[in-house]
Design a binder for this molecule. Structure first.
Ligand SMILES: Cc1cc2nc3c(=O)[nH]c(=O)nc-3n(C[C@H](O)[C@H](O)[C@H](O)COP(=O)(O)OP(=O)(O)OC[C@H]3O[C@@H](n4cnc5c(N)ncnc54)[C@H](O)[C@@H]3O)c2cc1C
Length: 315
């Protein structure tokens, strides 16, 4: 860690999704001179979707990538120093907090806002990637509305999959739910609700072979892994609900997390167990996972950081 390459900053924001950019807007307006590293996916998860209809303020809806360009512009206009780069390591054992960027330089920060998000897990099919945003989705709350009165399919067996299937069952005519094993992992109460829903059809021992469709989803080919029997079902939407992976690996050993890797924050705040380190957005939220909740917690993180620095007499 050569001294010549160490830069000192007040507040370092890691991540450029709705949480990171919102934290940047608030931190810059509080004159905290934030530096933000965008990571591998500038703009975050919304850059891989099409229409966003549930973010307040866009009365006619907006394309995800376009919305994130707006976020970036606003953060820049307020004075955020936005940089392309990845946080590759951290050392939060003392103060100042140390963050390595691109495995080449170290930054010393008085406070850090972690907004590194989470990534949806996918099945890994070529057709799933090709039709992503065109009928394939990993978020029923985000995209279920587009399939009102239509038939959809969902893959997954946990509590989230059960919740998403139930959410879709209130909008769609039929929800075909594919489960790889002969039982669900979801809690008993969630299983009961799914099995009792009149328009959720559960297929046990069932795997997805292919999602069908040229430009948009038109169906799915499934296979029973016990009998080998294959069949096609016509659906307009295909939802993948096999879990999310929070992007928190580099903070392990310093920041407290749950067993899935979600960063733990003190309820009602964005404070982590490390003084001066705050977490916002999907990396600390396995329940809501929406752009507006991520943005809201980004605002909280900037305010928490401002109060922390102010109490320390640093800002
Ligand atoms: C296909 C799809 C459609 C969706 N549609 C909607 C919708 O319609 N409405 C809605 O409200 N929500 C929607 N969501 C959910 C929404 O995208 C997320 O809730 C939101 O983006 C979370 O924001 P975030 O800032 O926490 O993280 P993310 O958007 O995940 O951004 C994380 C950021 O962290 C960066 N990063 C990660 N690791 C590092 C690192 N080591 N160093 C530097 N940077 C790093 C990434 O590059 C990225 O910029 C959708 C999600 C998906 C996947």
């Amino acid at each position: 860690m050569a001294d010549a390459t160490i830069e000192k900053v007040n507040v370092l924001i890691i991540g450029s999704g709705p949480a990171g950019y919102t934290a940047a807007i608030y931190a810059a307006r509080a004159n905290m001179k934030p530096v933000l590293y965008q990571g591998l996916q500038p703009g975050g998860q919304l850059t891989i979707t099409t229409e966003v209809e549930n973010y307040p303020g866009y009365a006619d809806g907006v394309q995800g990538p376009e919305m994130m360009v707006d976020f970036e512009k606003q953060a820049k206009r307020m004075g955020t120093d936005i940089r392309y780069g990845i946080a590759t390591k951290v050392d939060f054992s003392g103060h100042p907090l140390k963050i390595e960027i691109d495995e080449e330089k170290w930054i010393e920060a008085d406070s850090v806002i972690i907004s590194t998000g989470a990534s949806a897990k996918w099945l890994g099919l070529e057709s799933e990637q090709r039709l992503n945003g065109f009928g394939v989705s990993a978020c029923a709350v985000c995209d279920g509305f587009f399939f009102r009165g239509k038939e959809v399919a969902i893959v997954g067996a946990g509590d989230t999959a059960a919740e998403e299937a139930l959410y879709l069952s209130k909008l769609c005519t039929t929800v075909h739910m594919f489960i790889r094993k002969e039982q669900m992992r979801a809690s008993k109460v969630m299983q009961d609700r799914v099995l009792k829903a009149p328009n959720i059809k559960v297929y046990w021992n069932t795997e997805t072979d292919e999602i069908l469709g040229d430009k948009t989803v038109s169906g799915v080919r499934i296979k029973n892994n016990k009998t080998g029997e294959s069949k096609e079902i016509a659906v307009n939407g295909f939802f993948v609900a096999i879990g999310h992976q929070p992007n928190s690996d580099i903070f392990k050993g310093f920041v407290d997390m749950d067993e899935a890797g979600y960063i733990k924050t003190i309820p009602g705040t964005t404070k982590t167990n490390v003084e001066g380190v705050f977490a916002s957005g999907d990396v600390q939220d396995k329940i809501y996972r929406q752009a507006v909740t991520a943005a809201g917690s980004g605002c909280m993180a900037a305010l928490d950081a401002e109060r922390y620095l102010s109490a320390k007499g640093i800002h």
